[in-house]
Design a protein around this ligand. Structure first.
Ligand code: IVH
Length: 680
């Protein structure tokens, strides 16, 4: 390579890495697999090392990426959040150990091996044991303040649990990874599929995108999780143990979520054995794991080894190569979803991938095919993204033959021939024909499915038949089916017909949320349907709800679990005359969904009140009383302070009673408590 070529190449690689950093960290929409990204970055770093004279100025190899986005306050980390060096090779992992042996002048080094969780890094600050702040890594120096969103994580306590031998420091920063479980990821994608929306590509990007949503209700509707794996700043610094393995024990005592498993090892052979064991076990973990993180165990040695400007010298990530295979693309077929979205699917020459045979993979959408220039007949790399759905990653151009011509995405619906449209702000192309047979079929299938009104006997095949016969063109037609028509479907179908008609009859009294879910409104899955049912209590009121009924000042949601995106989708749905008409028809046909019992009004005298329980109550245990308080919207606390609303005292109440009297906190007995409960 000539000097000029090197200079040019460095500039080009810098631009490419910067672009992919932006896509990954800020937009959570990477175009490259992790492996290809790491390779690109490595190529740049190697060139910069070989041609230092062209490596001046800012390089993305020095930075840790930048996840800061609009809409969040930024916060400066008290100690920078560094990145990790990573490798895909065993030899380089061994070199890492050899470097430390040399640097620290000893060869009995102890390590901790942890799963590398594929999520995004955050730093939590606890003051006096309370969670006061959560900040993303950002550019390593300052990040986005995502405290409110982090508080939606159910497994993360708001307070550290005091434990014997683990005193809580005045202030402590604990670092970890926010992620989404594979189960939750699958649940959301299932809901998206049911709602006719394209699937998300992988859990890491969905977790990153979710943490950066501005609507807290929407964040809470998708369950995020966290594990904590590192110590940042602490004050006072002393009693926080002296090893990484001790750190794990400590945070567990404080009741914080930690890694599912970690290993300790002495010397690199034991490290390598642990890494391989982790590789075998990781598929059983609830989260996607893309590697192992190897850390020196003693904090003293970590300090001695120190850090470079971007990463510690005492830690190394070993990344497991993605499960990938090459195969030929036989055809591209188009699936039409319930809401008319056209999804291209790769029909592949069957190939073995991580223990399963893959013959189909998603191609996401038209833009994706264009960007990767995927052509029928090509040899393509297939990868399991987030270890779940196979996707076509790239084309092997060296094997392309002249017969492979660029793919022309259909401009008309492959089912009904209606020209497709692209809605503003969407990548997806849709068939706009509401009566398109596929859409009708999918709508009816969805409505009748187990997760919705659950009509036994109205499965996929039966729906196909009814739609083909022209008897069912809308959901209302289910309730117009005639016995004599159904009896023509075959010999001796009397019994099954009567069963089906009975099931249809029963579905008229399905729970309201099931019907709402069954309507197939974009973005409205089962969880949202439940929230809507609880709030509106009927189809009519839901249909007539306006923007202000959903969203209050400063775009806050008025209804638990329903954010602006969903509100807009509901309004758009019920703006369509055919959707409004359907509600009327269903009612006329006798569909009367059962509304949930009204939830306890939040304005009771218990809402926001803090109770402290002490002594023995005459007719109930303290736990029972606590449950009643919580059910009525109150809180139970363990100690009396000025903030305590009531002390509920029974026989032999001790020091808590004295303290209440000293502070002037009202003290009540069980009888009074029961009276308050009854009055609500
Ligand atoms: S320690 C200074 N431990 O991987 C070292 N990081 O590729 C800080 N990660 O930025 C990181 N699992 O977001 C550490 N067990 C683990 C991890 C982990 C995932 C993430 C973290 C880090 C990135 C580096």
């Amino acid at each position: 390579m000539t000097a000029a070529e090197a200079q040019e190449k460095i500039a080009a690689l810098r631009a490419a890495v910067a672009r992919h950093d932006e896509l990954y960290y800020r937009r959570a929409q990477p175009e490259l697999s992790d492996y290809d990204y790491d390779r690109l970055k490595r190529e740049l770093a190697d060139l910069e090392a070989a041609w230092p004279r062209y490596a001046a100025g800012e390089s993305p190899t020095d930075a840790v990426g930048d996840d800061r986005t609009e809409g969040f306050a930024t916060y400066r980390h008290r100690q920078p959040m560094q990145s990790l060096d990573n490798t895909y090779s065993e030899a380089e992992l061994r070199e890492f150990h050899a470097r430390l042996v040399k640097l620290l002048e000893r060869d009995d080094l102890g390590y901790v091996i942890e799963p590398k969780i594929d999520g995004l890094a955050v730093s939590l600050t606890f003051e006096q044991g309370r969670l006061v702040r959560a900040v993303t890594r950002g550019n390593g120096v300052e990040g986005d303040d995502v405290t409110e969103n982090i508080r939606t994580i159910k497994s993360l306590p708001d307070r550290l649990k005091p434990a014997a031998g683990a005193p809580i420091p005045d202030a402590v920063e604990i670092r970890g990874e926010v992620f989404m479980t594979l189960e939750e990821f699958a649940r959301i994608n299932q809901e998206r599929e049911e709602a006719g929306e394209p699937r998300y590509a992988n859990p890491r990007n969905l977790a990153a995108g979710t943490l950066k949503l501005l609507d807290r209700a929407e964040v809470a509707a998708r369950r995020l999780e966290i594990v904590l794996y590192g110590l940042g700043y602490a004050e006072p610094a002393e009693p926080l143990g002296d090893t990484q393995s001790g750190f794990h024990a400590l945070v567990r005592q404080w009741a914080l979520p930690t890694v599912e498993k970690f290993w300790t090892a002495r010397g690199i052979d034991e490290v390598w054995a642990a890494v391989q064991e982790l590789d075998r076990m990781r598929h059983a973990f609830s989260y996607a794991t893309d590697g192992a993180v190897v850390k020196l165990d003693p904090f003293r040695l970590q300090r001695e080894a120190g850090s470079t400007s971007k990463a510690p010298r005492w830690a190394m990530a070993y990344k497991f190569p993605a499960v990938r295979a090459e195969t030929q693309l036989k055809a591209i077929t188009i699936q039409v979803g319930r809401t008319g979205v056209l999804t291209p699917v790769a029909e592949l020459e069957p190939v073995q991938l991580a223990g399963t045979t893959v013959s189909r993979a998603t191609l996401h959408n038209r833009d994706e095919i264009r960007r990767k220039d995927i052509r029928v007949g090509d040899f393509v790399a297939v990868e399991k993204a987030g270890e779940i759905i196979p996707a076509v990653i790239a084309v092997n151009l060296t094997k392309r033959t002249p017969h492979c011509v660029p793919y022309e995405f259909p401009t008309a619906c492959p089912v009904c021939g209606t020209p497709v449209v692209q809605l503003e702000g969407e990548v997806a192309l849709r068939c706009p024909n509401y009566e398109c047979p596929v859409q009708v079929r999918r709508r009816v299938q969805h409505f009748a499915s187990k997760g919705c009104v659950d009509i036994d006997g109205l499965g996929v095949a039966m729906v196909d038949t009814l739609v083909d016969k022209g008897w069912v063109r809308s959901l209302a037609d289910i309730y117009r089916l005639k016995r004599e028509d159904l009896l023509t479907l075959g010999k001796s179908v009397e019994k099954s017909t009567d069963k089906l008609l009975a099931a249809i009859e029963t579905s008229k009294r399905a729970e309201l949320w099931r019907v709402i879910h069954g309507l197939g409104i974009t973005h409205v899955g089962a969880a949202a349907a439940k929230d809507l049912a609880k709030h509106f209590g009927g189809l009519e009121t839901l249909m007539n709800a306006r923007y202000d009924d959903f969203i209050g000042e400063k775009k806050t949601s008025r209804i638990n679990g329903i954010g602006e995106t969903m509100a807009l989708a509901l309004i758009a749905h019920f703006n369509r005359p055919e959707n409004r008409a359907l509600i009327g028809e269903l009612t006329e046909l006798g569909v009367k969904p059962v509304a949930p019992a009204k939830a306890a009004p939040t304005g009771t005298s218990f809402a926001g009140k803090i109770f402290v329980l002490t002594g023995t109550l005459p007719t109930m245990t303290r736990d029972e009383a606590g449950a009643k308080i919580e059910a009525a919207g109150g809180k139970v606390s363990g100690s009396v302070s000025k903030k305590t609303s009531y002390v509920l005292a029974g026989a032999e109440a001790g020091s808590k009673l004295d303290k209440a009297q000293a502070l002037g906190v009202p003290v009540i007995d069980e009888a009074e408590f029961l009276r308050m409960l009854a009055e609500g």
